[in-house]
Ligand binder design. Structure first.
Ligand SMILES: [Zn+2]
Length: 224
């Protein structure tokens, strides 16, 4: 059996030992001052399964943790499709989507802000369109659509018929965006996740569970 590598041991006045696997899949041990190396190594061997599964998880998902660099050819998601970033000189509009995602060179110093702004505009436009369509289909009526910065809360239904959606949804396929729209529309009549609520969702989207799963598995990737 291969020995598990301890990247770093941090000793302090703490009373217990803590093992941490960082997103770059290295193991860090925090230990009290006097704990012997033998004791630590023994413990690490005992926790081998847990450590390895964490490391495997991070290795598999490592792409999630690379921050964007905003360079030519880097991939950006829009409605479930990946577009290559293209830095364009003399482009008056900050961001244009054609076969590539074209960003004006002048925007590069604040590229992230610029792209998020664009994603928000597109999210508002597309989500409003889909909400209108499903509201008509169901006879449900909402008041306003708001686009939020939420990281994990894809949508919510506020008082007075306000529907909130995270701009990150615009990176996911239309099927997924539709699911969140329908989910929030259904909340207008059924505030809780009761069986009545899920039945409403199911009537419109019989495969809603698959869409829900997709979001659980891929939601982390919807970021700039
Ligand atoms: Zn809900």
């Amino acid at each position: 059996m291969k020995k598990i590598k301890i990247e770093k041991i941090i000793r302090s006045n703490r009373k217990t030992i803590a093992l941490t696997v960082t997103p770059d899949a290295t193991l860090i041990v925090r230990a009290p001052m006097k704990t012997s190396l033998d004791y630590i190594e023994n413990l690490v061997q005992k926790k081998r399964l847990w450590i390895e599964s964490k490391q495997e998880f991070f290795q598999k998902n490592s792409q999630k943790y690379f921050p964007k660099e905003f360079v030519n050819g880097e991939g950006f998601w829009y409605l479930g499709k990946e577009y290559k970033l293209e830095i364009v000189e003399n482009q008056e509009i900050p961001v244009i989507l054609e076969n590539t995602l074209k960003i004006a060179k002048e925007c590069l110093p604040f590229a992230k802000k610029c792209l998020v702004q664009w994603y928000k505009q597109m999210a508002f436009y597309k989500i409003s369109q889909r909400a209108k369509r499903y509201a008509k289909e169901t006879g449900l009526s909402y008041n306003t659509i708001r686009i939020t910065d939420a990281q994990k809360r894809w949508g919510s239904c506020g008082p007075k018929g306000t529907l909130n959606f995270s701009w990150r949804l615009i990176m996911s396929p239309m099927k997924i965006l539709d699911y969140v729209v329908v989910h929030e529309l259904a909340h207008l009549e059924e505030p809780n996740h009761s069986s009545r609520f899920w039945n409403k969702v199911k009537v419109l989207l019989p495969d809603y569970k698959e869409r829900q799963e997709w979001l659980k598995e891929n939601g982390n990737r919807l970021r700039v």
